[in-house]
Design a binder for this molecule. Structure first.
Ligand code: FMN
Length: 289
């Protein structure tokens, strides 16, 4: 998409640097799908960035339709990306200044071994560009009506020398979350990205209208997880209050995408960092993933 390319170039060539050392705000997956800007994204004040989703094989995705309304979006992109093999040389060349989380997603025909191989390749060839792996168990728009999280839960058995986090949907019941967390604890999963967008109209809802759904998942998972596991709260963040609400519910860090894309102010994250530091003081430490 032309506008997407324009946005990536704006980020790449943005001449100012507002990187902040004490912040907990990261960039959510979905903007840097093909690992193009991981050496540049720190300039906007992000503490860390999630790139991808990358899939084991290149994936064309759907004919894109993006609806915007009430500070929210519905997108049906369906995980378009160049695939892990083409991403590896870019990750090798990159020189990120902040921790990078690599989001890996399976396609409907991917096997467990495909995901394990993808992680092995990252570790072998691009170790310096990866601080953690995020297993995306939850794409709302790749196959309509599939209960992705529960069908893909076996993926948490993958092995990695990196911390592994899992990214979940916002619609799971208490019993499903309980089952997932029990498995995640057994397999040493480091934490949870809560949440992905909400399936609606053959797409995924993000932004303001997603916030309450994501927050409900954070609240439940916070009660079920171990103390060592972390939560990255994601969904509908626009203001400092939105971030504080997620922290209050149990998030250790947060991620943002729609709010940043719709706001279009290059100083937006920097300003959020400043007011967050005023509110949180020393709690707002440098990220440690
Ligand atoms: C245009 C767009 C593309 C996205 N692509 C991905 C993706 O490839 N992988 C993924 O795990 N999440 C993806 N997401 C979900 C976001 O990472 C995030 O979980 C969700 O949008 C909620 O955060 P937000 O309300 O701040 O946008 C995408 C979201 C949007 C809006």
């Amino acid at each position: 998409m032309f506008i997407h390319k324009l946005a990536l170039n704006f980020i790449k060539y943005y001449p100012f640097n507002y990187s902040d050392h004490k912040t907990i705000i990261g960039l959510a997956a979905g903007l840097d799908k093909n690992c193009d800007i991981l050496s540049h994204i720190h300039k906007f004040g992000f503490a860390f960035a999630e790139v991808g989703s990358l899939t084991p094989k290149e994936n064309k995705g759907n004919k894109p339709k993006i609806k915007r309304f009430d500070h929210s979006m519905i997108n049906n992109l369906g995980l378009p990306n160049i695939g892990i093999d083409k991403a590896i040389p870019k990750l090798q060349k990159a020189n990120p200044k902040i921790p990078i989380l690599i989001n890996i997603s399976s396609l409907p025909n991917s096997t467990f071994q495909d995901i394990q191989n993808s992680i092995d390749k990252i570790e072998k060839y691009a170790n310096h560009s990866c601080s953690a792996i995020v297993l995306n168990l939850s794409c709302p728009n790749i196959v309509p009506n599939i209960r992705y999280d529960m069908d893909k839960i076996d993926l948490i058995k993958v092995k990695s020398s990196k911390p592994i986090l899992i990214k979940l949907s916002p619609y799971l019941s208490y019993n499903e979350l309980n089952e997932i967390v029990t498995d995640a604890i057994e397999h040493n999963i480091k934490g949870y990205v809560l949440t992905n967008s909400l399936p609606i109209q053959n797409g995924g809802l993000s932004g303001r209208r997603l916030k309450d759904f994501s927050n409900a998942s954070i609240k439940v998972i916070n009660k079920l997880k171990t103390e060592d596991q972390i939560i990255i709260g994601c969904g509908g963040i626009e203001t400092t209050e939105d971030i504080l609400e997620k922290i209050y519910l149990g998030a250790d860090y947060v991620e943002i995408l729609t709010g940043w894309l719709l706001n279009r102010n290059p100083l937006y994250i920097h300003n959020l960092n400043k007011s967050l530091n005023n509110s949180l003081g020393d709690i707002c430490q440098k990220i440690d993933i």
